[in-house]
Design a protein. Structure first.
Length: 596
């Protein structure tokens, strides 16, 4: 009885299936990562109630946020294209350079004698140091992807060259190589058709190692602050209603998102010990990519150790089909915010740039003149004047070094960020400008300093104080603040309050149009701190602020310091109601009178 014919299908290699899926997954993320990301890489959440940044996983985003409030998962997806392009091209370039140099060295001895010591020297120099010096010392413009790849290639070819050179030397002594040379096979055909199939496993494993090495080098350069593309400083301070001491307000971010840049903004002790997810999320992307690349290289090395890759047409066709299919899908998926991108591209195309400004002025019918500004100092043009209703107080002009005791003290603070001008706006009272934070978040409250001789912290003592800015919108208004002198504890334990500079700058950061700061000790200050009538006077801290941060512009937000008598003169017609001010006369508006 004759046996029926049986069709036997080729057995699939499980490792090759895993490697194919890993390759398609990396290609999919590189092509469509930015489009499938939940958020844009420029989407920030700088404030989420009282939760500190970076936000922990599950609070705002599933995988947490970075120091500026961006979704880490979205940034990882958006940065996959640039990072994978860099490491793949760098790894391919290293291996191709190693193969070419090894082939030339096996054919011509002078090339071998030249490349051997150079490869040994380059292999001994840390690639990170060379890449860092190249991009920091010699690249004067923004670090492009090509420059980045060139820096990785400069020293990376030495490792593949030494491995492939040893394998080429071994193949040169094999019988099939000797026989091919005897039959008159040329050098290039001998390398391409006879030796390259035997080199395929070594090249595949070495390519895997170089791609992973480039991936590690990208991470190291990111930690050292070397980023790809144009880099700009992003500051989220103006987007917040309250400025808290602790989380960073700014960071350097490249225009093209990249995984190394995510590590560049997470180089703090707090992230290392408290908010480690900022490192773990991009670190997991690096690790998963390295595992996928290693699986691909190992599968290719094992497959082509048993067969000639020139005859493996089925696998090559499947790989080409998968790549073409993914590229076709990526071309069909629409870009996010396509209309906005078209509008910006049209706006940029209408801008004409020229290298010669004089020629551009002549074509426009304009004549250019050079003007030299010789102003180096900014001086006061007049005394400060504060008016609330019918009451007003003025600064002494010129200001005496030691103001007479008993006179009303008014002093303007002119430093960087403040200045002169006329301001008419509603007046709002913000208490002492305290914004306490629980000690579990930070060991001291914002705008506080270490206590003097006692060594105690002010933050834990005021953690239960109310937030003076809660429910108050100070933007565009004149903010009245009273200096917080400190807390007196039993046994003569006194904890001083924050520096006068901190609550003033905090109010300005919140958008105040001007600040009136009541300092009960203003009358005890002098410009030189000398004794007056047997009484020791302290050095004026506001003059010290002006010296440390001199004014850089004639305009700015006015800041005026008042003593207790000047404050009573101004607010005597008013009645304090909560944190706002309401005039006594019911016929007037519920807001306090305008302040100049």
């Amino acid at each position: 009885m004759a046996a029926s014919p049986r069709l036997t299908l080729p057995r699939l290699d499980p490792l090759m299936v895993v490697a194919s899926l890993a390759f398609l997954a990396l290609l999919f993320v590189a092509l469509l990562g930015e489009r499938i990301a939940p958020y844009e890489p420029i989407y920030f959440v700088p404030e989420h109630g009282s939760d500190p940044r970076p936000y922990e996983p599950g609070l705002v985003f599933p995988f947490g946020s970075d120091v500026l409030g961006r979704d880490l998962f979205s940034v990882v997806l958006a940065g996959a294209r640039a990072t994978l392009t860099i490491v793949l091209l760098a790894g391919l370039g290293r291996v191709m350079a190693g193969v070419v140099v090894a082939a030339l060295g096996s054919w011509w001895r002078p090339v071998r004698l030249l490349t051997e010591p150079v490869a040994e020297l380059l292999a001994a120099v840390p690639a990170t140091l060379v890449a860092l010096l190249l991009m920091k010392a010699f690249v004067k413009t923004d670090t492009s992807i090509l420059v980045f790849i060139g820096a990785l290639l400069l020293t990376g070819w030495a490792g593949p060259y030494r491995v492939i050179r040893a394998e080429v030397d071994r193949l040169a002594r094999t019988p099939f190589t000797i026989g091919a040379i005897t039959l008159g096979v040329g050098r290039w055909r001998l390398l391409w058709r006879h030796q390259l199939p035997h080199l395929a496993p070594v090249i595949a494993m070495n390519l895997t190692q170089q791609v992973v090495a480039s991936l590690v080098l990208v991470a190291e350069l990111g930690v050292l602050g070397v980023l790809v593309g144009a880099v700009r400083t992003i500051n989220v301070e103006e987007s917040q209603t309250a400025i808290h001491v602790g989380p960073p307000m700014s960071a350097l971010l490249p225009d093209a998102p990249e995984w190394g840049a995510m590590l560049a903004s997470s180089r703090t002790v707090e992230i290392l010990w408290a908010t480690r997810w900022v490192i773990f999320v991009p670190g997991a992307a690096f690790a998963l990519t390295a595992i996928a690349v290693a699986a691909i290289g190992f599968a290719l090395a094992r497959r082509y150790a048993r067969r000639d890759f020139f005859e493996d047409r089925r696998a090559a066709a499947a790989a080409v089909f998968g790549i073409v299919a993914l590229f076709a899908v990526s071309s069909l998926v629409p870009e996010r915010y396509a209309e906005a991108r078209e509008w910006s591209a049209a706006a940029r195309s209408e801008l004409r740039s020229t290298r010669d400004l004089a020629t551009a002025f002549d074509e426009a019918g304009l004549r250019a003149y050079s003007a030299v500004r010789r102003d180096v100092d900014i001086v006061r043009g007049g005394p400060a004047l504060v008016t609330i209703g019918d009451a007003s107080v003025a600064e002494l002009d010129p200001r005496p070094v030691n103001p007479p005791v008993g006179t009303i003290q008014v002093q303007s603070l002119v430093r960087a960020g403040t200045g002169g001008g006329v301001v008419e706006a509603p007046l709002v009272f913000a208490g002492r400008g305290l914004v306490p934070i629980a000690p579990a978040t930070t060991p001291y409250a914002p705008n506080t300093r270490f206590a003097g001789g006692s060594g105690r912290l002010l933050g834990p003592l005021i953690k239960d104080y109310p937030d003076d800015y809660a429910g108050i919108d100070v933007r565009g208004k004149v903010v009245l603040l009273a200096r917080f002198m400190g807390i007196a504890k039993p046994n003569f334990d006194y904890v001083p309050g924050p520096s006068p500079e901190d609550p003033i700058l905090s109010a300005l950061d919140r958008g105040a149009a001007a600040v009136l700061f009541v300092d009960p000790e203003l009358s005890s200050y002098s410009d030189d701190g000398r004794q007056s009538r047997g009484t020791r006077r302290f050095a004026n801290p506001y003059l010290d602020m002006e010296k440390r941060f001199p004014a850089i512009s004639v305009s700015g937000k006015p800041v005026i310091v008042l003593d207790r008598a000047a404050a009573q003169t101004l607010v005597a017609p008013l009645v304090f109601a909560g944190r706002g001010l309401v005039p006594i006369a019911p016929a007037t508006t519920p807001y306090a009178p305008n302040t100049r």
